[in-house]
Design a protein around this ligand. Structure first.
Ligand code: COS
Length: 378
């Protein structure tokens, strides 16, 4: 890891999370994968680091990490367990709309539970609105001083555990993407319930559910920004989220590389460690090279965002490269380890399963190509 470009504070954050991962995540990640849950004690330990919501602003008592620091945290969490990184990352994802357009009152409301150690969730996806985000069919109808929400959201990270949600709903279906709006909805509102809990192939430590809204009434001041601003808020949120997913991918790939290095040094083949075979050593070299390339893309994207420069295209390129890279590195690691890598005795089996989601969630890699090519060809 090249640390030369990081500030002393960023290196401190990196070390803190690295220690946390070593002590609180890595020894238990396989067990959490098996049970499909993160025990409360581990969630509490993470909360005690003060990093439970990385992007929560100082004005509400949050750490307000810069984007580069946040990607460093997500890389380290991804190194430990992608499921846990996904779960802990949800609090950032759901916070961007509030950071972008929330009033001081909305910021207090949204961040208070997150800073107390509760989860938050960002709910955009629906059964018929995945890649086509603008097709959201959940409606929000104004009724006096309230909005009434109806619809179904699916594949919502930490939705079964969250205390606060950002729900993207249509306030005017005739306007398509220009009719979408964003709302803060708390757990416990009448008519708001958790539906199907997904049984996933990977990132099993994270919680993924369906949310059902039946005549859910919320005060009108819970709308973030203005009516019709929901699509822009959701897309800007995903720009940030894509850098975080890419950072997790770099972390997962680094874990696969470390497992591979340990394996090839120990494993004896024809009387010599596997590492002495040039074909194996070269694969290790290639894995390390693409990981470093991915990390540099992530850090550059974070620097662009921190400098308030346009970065949508860069975020899409970064997610595209890093998530495919992680999958390839996990596969290379499994190739190096052979049958052992395919068993649950090897951590690489879990990294391979977990990494598969990276090129799917927060915009498939086809969507990243839509964003990249769209910005080049318009
Ligand atoms: N930041 C801010 N605004 C953005 C934006 C961005 N990155 N991308 C698009 N917008 C705005 C556009 O400017 C446009 O507003 P105006 O018409 O006022 O200019 C509006 O959003 C609609 O944009 P567009 O016409 O490009 O929308 P499309 O319906 O063609 O969809 C894609 C664009 C496909 C890129 C979008 O639907 C998408 O990203 N889909 C994937 C969704 C996703 O990632 N889901 C994952 C689950 S959520 S965890």
């Amino acid at each position: 890891m090249l640390n030369g470009m990081l500030s002393p504070n960023q290196i401190k954050v990196q070390q803190k999370v690295r220690n946390f991962v070593k002590e609180h995540i890595k020894p238990y990640a396989r067990e959490w994968d098996a049970i499909g849950d993160i025990p409360d004690s581990a969630v509490k330990a993470w909360r005690d680091t003060g990093l439970f919501c990385l992007v929560a602003p100082k004005e509400v008592g949050g750490p307000e990490l810069d984007t580069l620091s946040a990607t460093i945290v997500l890389e380290e969490l991804g190194y430990g367990c992608l499921g846990t990184a996904t779960a802990f990352g949800a609090n950032n994802l759901c916070s961007y709309p509030v950071l972008l357009a929330g009033t001081p009152e909305q910021k207090q409301k949204h961040f208070a539970p997150l800073l107390e150690g509760e989860f938050g969730a960002f709910a955009l996806t629906e059964p018929c609105a995945g890649s086509d985000a603008g097709a959201v069919a959940t409606t929000a109808v104004r009724d006096g001083a309230e909005y009434v929400l109806n619809g179904t959201k699916c594949y919502i990270t930490e939705g079964g555990l969250a205390a606060t949600f950002i729900i993207i709903a249509s306030t005017d279906r005739s306007k398509g993407t220009k009719g979408l709006s964003a709302f803060i909805v708390e757990r416990g509102r009448s008519g708001f319930s958790v539906g199907k809990v997904e049984d996933k192939m990977g990132i099993r430590a994270s919680n993924t559910v369906e949310l059902v809204l039946k005549n859910v009434r919320i005060p009108a001041w819970h709308m973030i920004g203005k009516e019709g601003e929901g699509m822009k808020l959701a897309m800007s949120t995903l720009d940030s989220g894509r850098l975080m997913v890419a950072a997790q991918a770099v972390g997962a790939a680094r874990a696969a590389l470390d497992e591979s290095i340990e394996f090839v040094k120990k494993r004896i083949d024809n009387g010599k460690p596997l590492a002495s075979q040039q074909s194996v050593a070269f694969k290790i070299a290639d894995m390390a090279t693409v990981i470093e390339a991915g990390r540099q893309l992530v850090h550059q994207g974070a620097r662009l965002k921190d400098a308030h420069q346009p970065y949508s295209k860069h975020a899409a390129m970064t997610k595209l490269f890093c998530t495919d890279m992680a999958m390839q590195v996990a596969r290379d690691a499994m190739d190096i380890m052979g049958a052992y890598g395919y068993t649950k005795d090897s951590y690489v089996e879990k990294i391979w399963r977990d990494s598969r989601i990276l090129s799917i969630y927060e915009g498939t890699n086809e969507i990243q190509r839509v964003v990249i090519s769209g910005s080049l060809l318009r």
